[in-house]
Design a protein around this ligand. Sequence first.
Ligand SMILES: CC(C)(COP(=O)(O)OP(=O)(O)OC[C@H]1O[C@@H](n2cnc3c(N)ncnc32)[C@H](O)[C@@H]1OP(=O)(O)O)[C@@H](O)C(=O)NCCC(=O)NCCS
Length: 161
Amino acid sequence: VDTHIRGYRATDADAVVALSLRTWGPIHDSLRDVMGDAIFQRLFGPDWRDQQRADVEDALTDESMEVWVAEVDGTVAGFAAAIVKAPGGLGEVYMVAVDPPFQNRGVGTRLMNVATDWLRDAGCSIAVVSTGGDPGHAPARATYERAGFTPVPAVNYFKAL
Ligand SMILES: CC(C)(COP(=O)(O)OP(=O)(O)OC[C@H]1O[C@@H](n2cnc3c(N)ncnc32)[C@H](O)[C@@H]1OP(=O)(O)O)[C@@H](O)C(=O)NCCC(=O)NCCS
């Protein structure tokens, strides 16, 4: 299998959005289980895909965001986006996703390493990536720990009003 990470191009947009929606489906199922329907609907609206699509499109078009895609045998299989938050200080891996058929082959780990190498070269001395503590994010947590990140747990409390 030939896996190759390269810079994002505008012509990748449709493929990246499509894989994002496939990838984040199970995540939203897990979040709904943890938070319940009342909070889930207030946070994500009638269809979580609308917000997710908009978030991904915003990241892809944000001039200050650096974006990569992973190509596996010529197919766009994943992407990552990173941003310098404080020059000389903090950088963030803002998004990473690998299409489900291509998961568990090391693609996510490679995307994380490309993103942190870029943040280091951009002058950052520390990198952060934020994720959930719910079961749906277990693969993300494993991937970040494998990439050398130290977990610092945080909890968000929601109340439907
Ligand atoms: C996180 C993600 C990008 C990882 O991509 P990937 O290409 O599968 O990553 P890798 O193959 O490099 O590594 C996957 C790791 O997850 C682990 N993993 C897979 N399923 C798991 C599960 N259900 N529970 C715990 N760990 C799991 C694998 O064992 C592997 O870790 P290891 O190498 O220490 O064994 C991918 O799972 C994904 O897109 N998830 C949905 C979107 C998401 O959560 N993005 C991050 C949001 S903050």
